[in-house]
Structures are given as structure tokens and as C-alpha cells.
Design a protein around this ligand. Structure first.
Ligand SMILES: C[S@@+](CC[C@H](N)C(=O)[O-])C[C@H]1O[C@@H](n2cnc3c(N)ncnc32)[C@H](O)[C@@H]1O
Length: 318
């Protein structure tokens, strides 16, 4: 039987929803871009604020969001379209085609639907094909990375993207295991990780495979690279006065967003030891508020997936 992709009561719960509405503050007649449509939770709330006048452009690289988009389109009077693809590419194409937006939202990472559908292979909690691709037509899959990357590359991925203490031991165990039989399923990987780490660490904080799965997901979907490319594209797409909101879920993403906002706010790219600016670059946005917005204790209690969320905001200067 095919897995259900129809919207259900257990759809993704939008994180920091009130805060996103407050900072993006869409007004009737404006153009809003939700670059990570997912189940359309944020998009629905943003579209409501347009009060029937304005445009919503939705982007997602996962084709299974289409029924969620159709549901929203049927229930909203706002003009909307869904563009399938990687957000940095699509944002760039929109900007190149002269589209201008008043608000852009990036709610990074995976959705609950992706995590909760075992057949997508994102979860260490269920045995499934080792996949982890948000776009099922993209390459590589987690199976390819686990079976083809060399030992040093694997250790590097686990350490950099998962901050995994036992990255070298796990990489070595993976390479030894795949010489006998290539990995096909998440369960085989979980077992190999458990065997590779010292016994006390198997019962430590969280699931022993959590960090490796996070690292593989980031690598497979080039999550940091696409964020690096998307931020300047989103800024280009915004009108002067336009708002950019980015929700990240781990420190690697948040650091990229924070650095981008700081550098655009600063403008000048001259080395700090230069007495005078010679580059002439001007500030392009104001980061406001300057600090990341975090979820309230009440939100975390309602939705534990909000725990690590950080919202950062920039307003384009013009
Ligand atoms: C956290 S979910 C968004 C949930 C959404 N805000 C909601 O309220 O339902 C992230 C979504 O963005 C998509 N996504 C993540 N990275 C992407 C990228 N680089 N390009 C396009 N879509 C991406 C994922 O496929 C997923 O559907």
C-alpha cells in the first residue's frame, strides 16, 4: 500500500508562528514568499494576513507537499503558486525575473511529515531504506554517501555536521561493515553505530545514532551550502523595506544566518586594519531585533520540536 500523503491532524506544527507573523507583518497587497512551504502552516497564517489581496509564492523541493499546497489554495482567496525546487535556485530565478517580495520566510530543516514517514529514511527510530533526500530525485542519497564516501570523509561529516565524538570509530566501523555487505537500510546503520561506540555512550544523552543521522541529512541535502546561497538571493528578491525571517534548528545554520545579517548590516568588507573604507560597500539591511528570537517555554511544552529553534530577522534598507 502506498503511504498516505494527504494532510492529516498530525501535520507539521509551525514553529514560532506568532513571532514570524509579528516580524514579517504581511499587509494586504503585498507579495510573500514562503521558501520552505512544508505543510503550509506558516504560509496559511501569512496568507490570512493578506486579507484576500496580495500574492503568496511557495517553494519546496519535496514534491509530497503538493496536496498541502492544494488544500491551502482551495481555502484561501489569495493568489498563490507553488514552485518546486531548491530554494536558493528558485529565489535567484525569481529575482532574475524581476519579481520583488515584501516578506521572505525560510523555516529550515525537515518537516514532521518527512521525519515521521519511515519510508523517507530520515529517522533512526524505524527501519527503512537509507534515503534522507528531501527531493527524492536529487543525488546523492544517504545510501550512496554511506557506501561510497571514504573513511576520512565520513568521519569529517559526522564531526562537522553532527559534532559526533566517536566520528572516527563510527566511520571505521561503517567501512569495515560495507566491505562485507553494502548498507541498504537505516536499521543496519543504527546497529553499526551502536557497535562502534563504547558501551556507556550507547546509553548516554539521546539516541546513539541521533548525531550521525543529523550529519548525514545535512550532507545529503547540502543544507548549509543551500542556506549560504539562499540568503543573498532572498535579499536580492526583497523590495526596500522588505523583511527576511529565518528559523534555524542548530548552531551551524544559526551561525551562517547571524554572520550574513551582521555582514550585510556592516556593509564595508575592508580588512579591519584599514584606516578608511576603500570598498565602498554600503549596509543593505538592518538586523532587528539584533538577537535571535527563541520559543517560549509554553511553546516548547506544546511542541518539543521547537526547542532548538532560533528566529533571526533582517529588514532591507532602501
Ligand atoms: C521545517 S519544514 C517547513 C514547515 C512549514 N513552515 C510549515 O509550517 O508547515 C521545511 C520544509 O522546507 C523544505 N526545504 C528544506 N530545505 C530546502 C531547500 N534547500 N530548498 C527547498 N525546500 C527546502 C523541506 O522539504 C520541508 O518541507
Amino acid at each position: 500500500m502506498l503511504p498516505s500523503v494527504l494532510p492529516t491532524e498530525t501535520d507539521h506544527v509551525p514553529v514560532l508562528a506568532d513571532e514570524v507573523l509579528a516580524v514579517l507583518a504581511p499587509r494586504p497587497g503585498e507579495t510573500v514568499v514562503d521558501a520552505t512551504f512544508g505543510a503550509g502552516g506558516h504560509a496559511g497564517l501569512l496568507a490570512e494576513r493578506l486579507r484576500g489581496a496580495g500574492k503568496l509564492i511557495a517553494i519546496d523541493r519535496d514534491p509530497t507537499v503538493a496536496p498541502f499546497f492544494e488544500r491551502l489554495r482551495r481555502s484561501s482567496p489569495v493568489k498563490m503558486r507553488l514552485l518546486a525546487g531548491e530554494f536558493s535556485t528558485v529565489l535567484g530565478q525569481l529575482a532574475d525575473n524581476g519579481v520583488r517580495a515584501d516578506a521572505v520566510l525560510l523555516d529550515l530543516g525537515v518537516s514532521s511529515m518527512q521525519l515521521d514517514r519511515p519510508e523517507r529514511g530520515f529517522s533512526y527510530a524505524a527501519d527503512a531504506p537509507l534515503d534522507m533526500r528531501m527531493d527524492p530525485t536529487a543525488e546523492p542519497s544517504a545510501r550512496e554517501v554511506v557506501n561510497e564516501a571514504d573513511e576520512r570523509e565520513l568521519a569529517d561529516i559526522f564531526r562537522r555536521y553532527g559534532e559526533e565524538r566517536y566520528s572516527r570509530q563510527i566511520a571505521r566501523a561503517i567501512v569495515a561493515r560495507r566491505r562485507k555487505q553494502p548498507f541498504e537500510r537505516t536499521g543496519e546503520l543504527v546497529e553499526t553505530i551502536k557497535q562502534a561506540i563504547p558501551a556507556p555512550a550507547r546509553f548516554g544523552e539521546g539516541h546513539p545514532a541521533r548525531r550521525v543521522f543529523q550529519a548525514l541529512r545535512i550532507e545529503v541535502n547540502d543544507e548549509l551550502g543551500s542556506l549560504e546561497r539562499a540568503l543573498p538571493a532572498a535579499l536580492e528578491l526583497l523590495r526596500p523595506g522588505g523583511r527576511l525571517a529565518v528559523i534555524s534548528f542548530h548552531s551551524l545554520e544559526d551561525r551562517i544566518v547571524k554572520r550574513f545579517l551582521r555582514s550585510q548590516e556592516h556593509g564595508c568588507t575592508c580588512p579591519p586594519e584599514f584606516p578608511l573604507c576603500v570598498c565602498g560597500s554600503q549596509p543593505t539591511l538592518r538586523a532587528t531585533p539584533r538577537r535571535a528570537i527563541r520559543p517560549s517555554a509554553a511553546e516548547i511544552a506544546r511542541n518539543p520540536r521547537a526547542q532548538s529553534a532560533r528566529l533571526r530577522v533582517g529588514v532591507k534598507i532602501g
